[in-house]
Ligand binder design. Structure first.
Ligand code: PFF
Length: 448
């Protein structure tokens, strides 16, 4: 076994680094805006508490007991006559599919970090032009920044668990939190803050439709990095006597807290100048820079800090998306770490270019399937199919297949009898049923 061990704080920061990502700072605010605020946030919080947290414990447990790459851990823990469960470990590959578009978005963020230094767009039209030009008309620029993202992520992962992943998370995570807290402190002083608060925490139930519910459940999995083997792979390097329940709780809490802070910061700025919250994925790339222009040169500093926190969040998540397959190649095929990183990075770099070209005017048709850009297909496949499927497999494996005494021996002392019972009910019934439901709904097989 070639697995190194994290320190206790190192693990918490690495797992939180995986969870806190573009999903928290980019996706959560724009989804909240699109689905009308409070009620969406409430469903999201509810799912995190009752499903996300249970699956996080389950995924960590598989890693901590299996102590191998994802395939190896499933294989080790499966009952002797059911070794086919090892194939469930292939969920580790989902991360690479996510990376194809995740690294493109990190590339956009790098580009923004450079251009925003020279000034902010003063009208929404200008901001739209900047974003559209990057995404639809400048494949060379987008490929350049995507490549930089792939190289940075690859470099960190190639340094390994201790001197790469742990080290970078111990630096970037506190830095990210510091930036967001600082921005929140400033947001407090704005009139927009009260509006942001009521937008996010006063539910308007009439805005909540079935689509919003399904998206909230899906997002709670994405944001906690579940169903991809990322948390499982990190947990294989947990320090020996770590308390899984407590660790999962801290990570879940940090992830949720940071998403809420990011939302409050963005909406405070937007509402301060009367902008609308429902602008979709362009919220952070188009509306925010324009609004910040109202603050003069302070606005540039805010924008740079904000995009820096976004870049940090993206990088720490990206390394956790790449590590599972790297560990798999090292364990199963005796690859050296460097070779594994180079191999897997080249693949997702190439597919990422196809994804990125699918948004451009010149190449869009060529890189679309049935009129849908490859970028959207990759995102849809992971969000709606692979991620809930991964969660489902984890819940069934821990809830039904693995020796139940083993699970109990591990978790009951940590949770106490009552909480353990609730957790078990959640992992056996609530999680699988909701995940199945969500998957069928997103795939259009059933409609609620
Ligand atoms: N949790 C990350 C985010 O919110 O952006 C994304 C992610 C990372 C998903 C790692 C899945 C994963 F395994």
């Amino acid at each position: 076994m070639k697995i190194q061990r994290f320190s206790r704080v190192g693990f918490i920061m690495a797992a939180a680094g995986s969870a806190v990502g573009l999903g928290n700072i980019w996706k959560f605010p724009y989804m909240t805006g699109e689905y009308g605020g409070g009620a969406f946030v409430l469903v999201y919080l509810f799912t995190i508490a009752f499903i996300g947290f249970s699956v996080m414990v389950a995924e960590m447990l598989i890693g901590a007991l299996g102590r191998k790459d994802t395939v190896g851990s499933f294989e080790t823990l499966a009952p002797p006559n059911k070794k086919y469960w090892k194939y469930a470990g292939l969920i580790g590959f989902n991360g690479i599919i996510i990376m194809t578009f995740y690294s493109v978005v990190i590339g956009w963020i790098f580009y923004y970090l450079i251009i925003l230094m020279f000034g902010l767009p003063s009208t929404t039209e200008d901001a739209k032009t900047i974003f559209d030009t990057l995404v639809t008309q400048s494949p060379g620029v987008a490929i350049f920044y995507h490549t930089i993202a792939v190289i940075i992520v690859g470099y960190i992962v190639h340094k390994g668990i201790k001197s790469g992943i742990e080290k970078i998370n111990l630096i970037l995570m506190p830095a990210l939190m510091l930036i967001l807290f600082g921005l929140l402190l400033y947001a407090f002083s704005l009139d927009g803050f009260t509006k942001a608060w009521s937008f996010m925490f006063e539910p308007k139930w009439d805005k909540l439709n079935s689509e919003a519910i399904v998206r909230a459940v899906g997002h709670s999995f994405f944001t906690l990095s579940l169903g991809m083997g990322a948390i499982m792979t990190y947990a294989a390097s947990l320090p020996k006597d770590a308390n899984i329940t407590k660790t999962a709780f801290i990570v879940t809490f940090m992830d949720t807290f940071i998403a809420l802070i990011a939302g409050l910061v963005i909406f405070s700025f937007l509402f301060q100048f009367g902008a609308s919250p429902s602008q979709g994925p362009g919220l952070v790339f188009i509306s925010l820079p324009t609004i910040l222009d109202n603050f003069g040169s302070l606005g540039i500093i805010f924008a740079l800090l904000f995009f820096l926190s976004l870049a940090f969040a993206g990088i720490t998540s990206a390394i956790s998306l790449v590590e599972p397959v790297v560990q798999y190649l090292i364990d199963r095929f005796d690859f050296s770490r460097t070779k594994a990183v180079a191999f897997i990075s080249s693949i997702y770099w190439l597919v990422g270019i196809a994804a990125l070209l699918s948004y451009t005017k010149g190449w869009g048709d060529l890189f679309s399937i049935a009129g849908k850009p490859i970028f959207d297909i990759l995102e849809y496949t992971t969000d709606s199919i692979l991620l809930p499927l991964g969660g489902l497999l984890i819940a069934i494996f821990i809830g039904y297949e693995i020796h139940q005494d083993r699970v109990k021996a591990e978790l009951e002392p940590e949770m106490g009898e009552k909480v353990y019972k609730v957790w078990r009910f959640s992992i056996r019934y609530i999680a699988p049923i909701s995940l199945l439901f969500m998957m069928l709904n997103l795939m259009g097989i059933i409609k609620i």
